[in-house]
Design a protein. Structure first.
Length: 311
């Protein structure tokens, strides 16, 4: 149990570090390239492992139908999930984006599980969904101050609302990804190949598009230190996923939910301390509701949290 909690703590710290890097780079570099580099490290690390499994005679590639499903889900995850998250961070910062995306993720994981997998939503989970839905409304009310602190000018209400909605959309996409993983991971399809496919689709679509839009000069203009930071970010992203997946094997969902809530708190604090995102009564109340909802919600299956703990 202690080791399981430790794994979940490592995951929360790793994902928080990734979000801090994304927040920094969201206003510095091309967002598409940043997301591509974030996903690239997972591909680089998992590819040799999958090749080793293949040469040992184990089945690596899934069937054609599942391969198509994973490809489509990979496109949605990258273009309708990761990109909206980093764009939202550039507009409303960490303190709004992280709790909104995580809260939406857990909320829709429960709703989609009920609609698609016919899973029961307990009264406690329903109450948690109400709390997290209210928190999103409060975050929308407090987003304008954060947005103004990032840009230094008055930002239209439309932009701030769109940024919050972008985080909501990302949370919905990540919830759909959780459902796909739960339906696709079987005895013959390992989680490794699922994660590889999702990230590989991102690399082969995001990278060429960014280079087409900006040219190779963009790569040369990025300082080496920042490229190393992108590599570190991608490595930490994989560490976060592996840690929470391992932690959930030997600890409880309740523990994982508490540590997911700590990720929200760390993201908000990092936004305020590192990036000067101003606190407000709406923001503080929204964070409290989001954390309460995350702690008390009870997913029907622990596997949902493998994706939901990361933004």
């Amino acid at each position: 149990m202690v080791f399981g909690v430790a794994c979940c703590i490592v995951s929360a710290l790793a994902y928080t570090a990734v979000n801090i890097c994304l927040r920094f780079m969201s206003t510095q570099f091309d967002k598409v390239w940043v997301v591509c580099m974030k996903e690239l490290m997972t591909v680089v690390i998992l590819a040799p492992w999958l090749l080793a499994q293949f040469f040992r005679g184990r089945k690596v590639l899934p069937g054609t139908r599942l391969l198509i499903v994973l490809t489509v889900m990979g496109l949605l995850t990258q273009w309708a999930g990761n990109l909206p998250v980093i764009w939202a961070m550039s507009k409303v910062g960490l303190s709004i984006t992280v709790p909104v995306a995580l809260g939406t993720n857990l909320t829709f994981s429960a709703v989609l599980g009920w609609l698609i997998l016919r899973e029961r939503i307990t009264s406690m989970s329903a109450f948690a969904i109400v709390l997290m839905s209210l928190s999103i409304v409060l975050f929308s009310l407090g987003a304008s101050r954060v947005s103004e602190s990032i840009t230094g000018t008055n930002v239209s209400a439309t932009i701030t609302i769109l940024a919050v909605l972008a985080a909501v959309m990302a949370g919905i996409v990540f919830a759909c990804l959780a459902i796909v993983i739960r339906r696709s991971v079987t005895g013959s399809t390992s989680p490794g190949i699922v994660v590889f496919m999702i990230t590989f689709v991102g690399v082969i679509t995001l990278g060429p598009w960014s280079l087409y839009q900006n040219g190779l000069d963009m790569v040369y203009k990025i300082p080496i230190a920042d490229h190393l930071l992108m590599i570190l970010m991608g490595t930490l992203n994989l560490v976060g996923f592996i840690s929470v997946a391992k932690g959930l094997e030997i600890t409880t969902v309740a523990h994982a939910n508490v540590l997911t809530a700590s990720q929200v708190a760390m993201g908000v604090v990092a936004g305020m301390v590192l990036f000067g995102e101003p606190p407000s009564s709406w923001l503080i109340l929204g964070v409290c509701l989001a954390i309460a909802g995350i702690i008390i919600i009870r997913p029907a299956h622990e596997e949902e949290l493998e994706v939901s703990t990361g933004v």
